[in-house]
Ligand binder design. Structure first.
Ligand code: ACM
Ligand code: ZN
Length: 474
């Protein structure tokens, strides 16, 4: 396992070591960087000087990463003597992600608040890793760094294919090494419900398992009959959230509604419009059975969200909201009744009613709602943040009406797309998103005013796993 982890981080970092100089190949590139003459030599004899708890925590994280990339750790000490070469981790009370990294011949200084120290640790790791090819040398330099965006997210779909808790932690490490600060965990979908909910055990007893899966490309409509599934216990979830928090990463859970909910409805068909749902989804793509818009559904979802909020301290809770077919609603007496009682003109307004009702609940618990850009249809919930995935128009519309947005357009941010020549890559969902395109992506579109620009919180990459069959491929 250890060798596998080291290999993954090694692969991710080797990209940076191919460039011509250490500091120019840092990813993401720092805000301000200046080079001095000379080098600092790092080796297993180098000491880490750290005193405050936040400094020690960052130093320990550095050691655990360094062990994976360089194969050694450094002693953490509370004081040094003249002849020592050392890396000082110095904790400030700053709550931002800013950090200062100074590399001198005798010492390295990394200074920042708790979050800044973790971000600086990522830079230091990239330099330390590159030093392996350079006889342990790190060029003397000075870096002032701070992120341009407060939201830098990466998503992972664990519904279509389940990924182990250990793998999720490895994924979170990679996020941290590239200074991402949000992990969006897509925990529920048509093809599997992956989070234990104590009040509704069938969600995982039934909803976490399917009788087979689509195999090969969607157009072939071929299926295997191998039972498939898995889920995280509440204790697993706590462990992952805590692991991420030590890396200054917030985990935002996504609980899909009203669409993409077949797995939940297979477990509790009473919350569907027909009162009957055949099974957890085996094929990719959408399903007509969605949550019925009636009071008992909201009671159920509020109970679920209550347990979710106990597990995830994040300010934001993602409720999906994308790709909800309206066929069932249009023929359902319960949905018709909700439309009538609330003077809703059509099913777009019914969807908006659904999202607004959930938003009210989340807000009453001090949380904020994020949804995919379909939540704009029929009128946006008053405090919602929009995640723009069908291009950037949803994000633009959101900020123009005073809402926050996160940019995640399929054109640049869908990492399940092909990233090279199709013939040389495993089957993917489609698209073409090479590295250069992603790296060049700028989340603020032209034509926004200054105040609208401020409402773009940042960007997010999404990794859907319909065609990602195992951890290796992810
Ligand atoms: C999405 O890709 N359906 C958000
Ligand atoms: Zn209904």
């Amino acid at each position: 396992m250890k060798i596998k982890i080291r290999y993954t981080i090694f692969l991710m970092l080797i990209f940076s070591s191919l460039a011509f100089s250490q500091e120019s190949s840092l990813i993401p590139f720092p805000n301000k960087i200046s080079q001095k003459g000379g080098v600092f030599l790092i080796s297993a004899e180098t000491k880490i000087l750290a005193n405050a708890p936040a400094a020690i925590q960052a130093a320990e994280l550095f050691n655990s990463w360094l062990n994976q990339t360089n194969g050694y750790t450094l002693p953490i000490v509370a004081s040094v003597v003249r002849k020592d070469r050392y890396i000082a981790f110095s904790a400030l009370t700053d709550t931002s992600e800013k950090y200062l990294l100074k590399v001198r011949r005798k010492y390295v200084l990394l200074e920042g608040g708790p979050a800044g120290l973790i971000r600086g640790t990522s830079t230091l790791l990239q330099l330390a890793f590159q030093s392996l090819e350079n006889k342990g040398q790190i060029s003397c330099l000075k870096i002032y760094d701070q992120p341009k965006f407060g939201y830098r997210g990466v998503h992972l779909d664990v519904s279509r294919h389940f990924l182990s808790k250990e793998f999720v932690k490895k994924y979170i490490d990679l996020l941290a090494i590239y200074k991402m600060n949000t992990f969006h965990w897509h925990l529920t979908d048509d093809q599997g419900w992956r989070i234990q909910i104590n009040k509704y055990p069938r969600l995982t007893d039934v909803g976490a398992w399917r009788s087979g899966s689509m195999s090969g490309p969607y157009r072939n409509q071929k299926f295997d009959s191998i039972p498939y599934g898995g889920f995280y216990t509440q204790s697993d979830i706590r462990e992952v959230v805590n692991y991420a928090s030590q890396r200054q990463i917030t985990v935002i859970p996504e609980i899909e509604m009203p669409g993409h909910s077949l797995a939940a409805l297979a477990a509790y068909p009473e919350y569907s419009c027909l009162g009957y749902v055949k099974e957890v989804g085996r094929g990719w793509g959408g399903y007509e059975d969605v949550f019925c818009v009636k009071d008992s559904t909201f009671t159920f979802l509020e109970d679920v969200l209550t347990e979710v909020m106990e597990l995830f301290p994040s300010k934001y809770i993602h409720i999906g909201g994308d790709e909800c077919p309206k066929e069932r609603w249009s023929k359902c007496p319960n949905c018709a009744n909700t439309r009538f009682e609330n003077n809703l003109r059509n099913d777009e307004e019914l969807q908006s009613y659904f999202i607004q009702r959930i938003e009210k609940f989340l807000n009453s618990k001090g949380r904020q709602l994020i949804g995919w850009d379909e939540i704009l249809e029929g009128g946006l919930a008053p405090n919602a943040t929009v995640m723009s995935w069908r291009g950037i128009e949803g994000g633009k519309a959101a900020v123009r009406s005073g809402h926050q947005a996160i940019m995640s357009p399929g054109t640049h941010c869908y990492f399940d797309h092909y990233q090279g020549e199709r013939a040389t890559e495993p089957l993917a969902i489609g698209g073409y998103t090479p590295l250069e395109k992603v790296y060049a992506y700028r989340p603020i579109p032209d034509s926004l005013t200054k105040s609208e620009q401020k409402l773009i919180l940042g960007a997010q990459a999404n990794l859907w796993t319909e065609y990602m069959y195992d951890e290796k491929q992810v």
